[in-house]
Design a protein around this ligand. Structure first.
Ligand code: NAP
Length: 291
C-alpha cells in the first residue's frame, strides 16, 4: 500500500488483483514472481491526459476515469476542461481540470506540481494535445512549422520529462503518445507528418530508457477520427462535413470513419496493468492495415 498522498479514504481506493499464469517462473528484481504466477496489484493511479478538453483527449480521459484512474484533464485553459471534468465526475469518477500550454516549460512544470498536490503522483501520461497548420511546403511558414513541432514534439517531451520521475519512483508507468497515419506521409502536412513520425521515435526511445523501471511507452496512430480537428480540415478543403466523412469512409476497409472512443479503447489497453510487456509499439487504429 503506498502512502495516501491524496488524502483519499480507504473506500476511495481502487484495488484490482489479477493473477497471470506464467509458463516458466523466473526470478527478477523488477517482476514479482511467486510460484509461477505474477501478481498484479494496483492502487488507484493518476493519469494526465493533455488536450483533453475535447475530441480524442476527452474520450481518453473519460475512459481512463471509468477504468478507475484519477485523471488530470489538461488543456490550454482550465475553462476548456470543464465539460470533460463534469462528464467524469457525474459518472462517479475522479478528475481535475488543469490549464497549461504543453509547449511551455514553466507552464508544464506548474501543471504537474498541481497534479501531484491534488491527485497524487502521475504514473500514466497520454500526450494527446495537438494542432494542425496544414499547407503545401512552398507556402508553409516557419511559424506553421514551429507551432506544430512545439505542441506535438516539444509538448510530449516536456510533459513526459516532468512526469517520468514519479513513474520511476513508483516502478510503474505508462506513456501513450498520439501519433497519426500521417506519420507515413501526407500531402499538405510536412510539419504534422514530421512531428507524428517524431512521436514514434520518441516513443521507442522512452521504451528503451525506461523499461527497466516498469515504465512502458507506446504510440497510437489514428486514421481518420471525427473530431473538431477533422471538421477544420473539411472546411479547409471546402467540403461539407457529411460529404467529407463519406469520402473518407469509402477508403477505409471497415467502411466507417473512427470515433474518439475507438482511440480511447486502445489507450485503455496500453494504460492497463496487464500491458506491462507491450512497449515501444506503434498501434495503427485506422480501420485497416497501415505501415
Ligand atoms: P482536437 O479536437 O483539435 O483537440 C485537440 C486538443 O488539444 C484541443 O482541446 C486543444 O485545445 C488542445 N491543445 C492544442 N494545443 C495545446 C497546447 N499547446 N497545450 C495544451 N492543449 C493544447 O484534436 P483531436 O482530433 O481530438 O486530436 C487529438 C490528437 O490525436 C492530436 O495529437 C492529433 O494530432 C491526433 N490525431 C487525430 C486524428 C483525427 O483524425 N482527429 C488522427 C490522427 C491523430 P483548444 O481547444 O484550446 O485549442
Amino acid at each position: 500500500m503506498t502512502p495516501d498522498v491524496r488524502g483519499a479514504t480507504e473506500r476511495d481506493r481502487v484495488r484490482s488483483y489479477a493473477l497471470v499464469e506464467l509458463s516458466t517462473a523466473r526470478e527478477s528484481a523488477e517482476t514479482p514472481v511467486v510460484a509461477g504466477k505474477v501478481e498484479i496489484v494496483s492502487e488507484r493511479r493518476t493519469a494526465i491526459v493533455t488536450g483533453a478538453g475535447r475530441g480524442i483527449g476527452a474520450a481518453v480521459a473519460q475512459r481512463l476515469a471509468a477504468d478507475g484512474l484519477a485523471v488530470a484533464v489538461l488543456d490550454l485553459t482550465k475553462e476548456s476542461t470543464a465539460d470533460t471534468v463534469a462528464a467524469i465526475t457525474e459518472a462517479g469518477g475522479t478528475a481535475i481540470g488543469v490549464g497549461a500550454d504543453v509547449s511551455d516549460e514553466a507552464s508544464v512544470t506548474a501543471a504537474v506540481d498541481t497534479i501531484v498536490a491534488e491527485l497524487g503522483p502521475p504514473t500514466v501520461v497520454v500526450n494527446n494535445a495537438g494542432i494542425l497548420r496544414d499547407n503545401l511546403l512552398f507556402k508553409m511558414s516557419v511559424d506553421d512549422w514551429d507551432a506544430v513541432m512545439g505542441v506535438h514534439l516539444r509538448g510530449a517531451f516536456l510533459v513526459t520529462r516532468a512526469a517520468q520521475k514519479y513513474m520511476v519512483e513508483a516502478k510503474f508507468g505508462r506513456v501513450i503518445n498520439l501519433s497519426s497515419t500521417s506519420a507515413l506521409g501526407n500531402r499538405g502536412q510536412a510539419n504534422y507528418a514530421a512531428a507524428k513520425a517524431g512521436m514514434q521515435g520518441f516513443t521507442k526511445t522512452l521504451a528503451l530508457e525506461l523499461g527497466k523501471f516498469g515504465v512502458t511507452a507506446n504510440a497510437i496512430a489514428p486514421g481518420f477520427i471525427a473530431t473538431d480537428m477533422t471538421k477544420a480540415t473539411a472546411q479547409r478543403v471546402g467540403m461539407e462535413w457529411d460529404e467529407f466523412i463519406a469520402a473518407n469512409a469509402a477508403a477505409i476497409p471497415v467502411a466507417r470513419v473512427g470515433a474518439p472512443d475507438d482511440i480511447a479503447h486502445a489507450a485503455s489497453f496500453f494504460a492497463s496493468e496487464g500491458a506491462g510487456f507491450v512497449s515501444g509499439q506503434v498501434l495503427y487504429v485506422a480501420g485497416g492495415p497501415k505501415d
